[in-house]
Design a protein around this ligand. Structure first.
Ligand code: MN
Length: 430
């Protein structure tokens, strides 16, 4: 397998940290054993955890005001895959890449698949794009796409989604994620019922062409770019559309796409209870759809989301929704942010495995709120870093991914090989 970070460097770095890690891991193992938790079983689950990286995440993001390009940014899908391979090599938690079409459309899909193969990378959910006009496109999406008042515009958006599925099949993907920015900026501008009916009619046509082993994931978002109403603005609209459409049409939860302070973990529980929770876009936020790094603002919320997922997986061990990071890296090196964020999501997952569910059920049943919340906090407050480090170490990743990455000089090499394109200004975060 091709590896862009020198393995001797990785080995030397790990060697300098190995004895400290082993003693931390042993100490944590002894502590967990006192609660009848087998650290090895948790380690195996940590090693099996994976989350997809979005192709657009390895470029520097931006805001509606400006974008400040970083050095050595990838200029095409092949260079994006190079960066994704570095993230995977060091973190060992991100074996799949989620593509965005048309941004990542390859001239030769087989060549792209082979390019990913050399790094051991797979392709996760495909993302369609009908929120901006493409070159040589007949109809404009200015007033909507899958929900547009014009049948011709809807047909064009439907055809694009079907095309993305066909491309995804050649790449080995198994899901299509649909997010539309359709909505309105003024009261009265759009007929609520008609636009939602047109959306459902459109996605049914896409679903009818979906391969049998594929899922269709509907991503909702409360606002932006539409600032008065959005057609698929909440999990309720997403659930209704998914339910109308078919069994393999599911809802996708992007953590940043809700009103502030909404109880996202409860939405997770609701959608899962009725078999409609299909996937996640992980990020964090303080005010709106901030697309900050996962776990950087509210790590407890991230833990509570995984607490629900682990609860669901106890009943249904084969349940595995699509996990992807969806963040905008404006002030950090995107490779560092994605490695760190993948570990933060993995950390929330590992902590959720440590919750004493028997005790929690007892405290819920006997109406003991103090001890119920303390049971969650007991798991949340444990420092599971030795488990994450050991998972990476045993999988030939880096005990300290960011230190190893910085030591490797990869970004400096990219800065030489990939000069900044002064004309590139787009960011593209959904
Ligand atoms: Mn998203």
């Amino acid at each position: 397998m091709t590896q862009l970070i020198n393995n001797d460097l990785l080995g030397t770095q790990n060697q300098s940290l190995e004895s400290g890690l082993k003693s931390d891991y042993t100490a944590l193992g002894e502590k967990l054993a006192r609660s009848d938790i087998n650290i090895e079983a948790i380690l195996q689950k940590a090693k099996a955890f994976s989350i997809a990286v979005p192709s657009w995440g390895v470029g520097t993001g931006g805001t509606r005001f400006a974008r400040f390009p970083g050095q050595g940014e990838p200029r095409n899908i092949y260079e994006k895959l190079d960066d994704c391979s570095v993230i995977q090599q060091l973190s060992q938690a991100t074996p799949a890449v989620s593509l965005h079409i048309p941004w990542d459309r390859p001239s030769d899909p087989n060549e792209l698949r082979q390019y990913a193969d050399q790094y051991g990378l797979m392709f996760d959910a495909m993302n369609s794009n009908t929120f901006q006009d493409q070159a040589n496109q007949e109809n404009s999406y200015k007033y909507g796409s899958l929900t547009h008042t014009s049948q011709a515009v809807r047909d064009q958006a439907i055809a694009h989604n079907i095309d993305v599925v066909e491309l995804g099949q050649k790449l080995g993907s198994k899901a299509l994620t649909i997010w539309v920015g359709d909505g309105s900026n003024f009261p009265g501008q759009q007929h609520f019922k008609n636009s939602f009916a047109q959306y459902i009619d459109s996605i049914k046509q896409i679903y009818a062409t979906l391969p049998n082993d594929w899922n269709m994931l509907l991503e909702h978002k409360i606002f932006e770019p539409a600032f008065y109403s959005t057609v698929i603005q909440d999990w309720g609209s997403s659930y209704l559309a998914a339910k109308e459409t078919g069994e393999r049409c599911l809802s996708l939860v992007d953590l940043g796409h809700h009103a502030p302070n909404v109880n996202i973990e409860m939405i997770v529980s609701r959608l899962a209870q009725f078999g409609k929770l299909g996937g996640f876009h992980f990020n964090d936020s303080k005010y709106g759809d901030d697309d900050l790094d996962s776990g950087s603002i509210n790590p407890y919320q991230l833990f509570l989301v995984f607490n629900e997922l682990t609860d669901i997986q106890l009943e249904n061990p084969s349940y595995s929704p699509f996990y992807m990071l969806d963040q905008s890296h404006n002030v950090t090196d995107p490779i560092e942010s994605l490695m760190y964020s993948a570990a933060e999501v993995q950390r929330a997952y590992v902590k959720s495995l440590l919750v004493d569910r028997k005790a929690l059920a007892h405290y819920q049943q006997t109406n003991d709120p103090m001890m119920a919340q303390a049971t969650l906090k007991q798991a949340y407050n444990l420092d599971v870093e030795p488990i994450l480090q050991m998972a990476r170490f045993q999988s030939n990743g880096a005990i300290d991914p960011i230190a190893c990455y910085r030591e490797s000089g990869y970004r400096q090499q990219c800065a030489q090989a990939r000069p900044v394109d002064p004309n590139k200004t787009g960011s593209g975060i959904i």
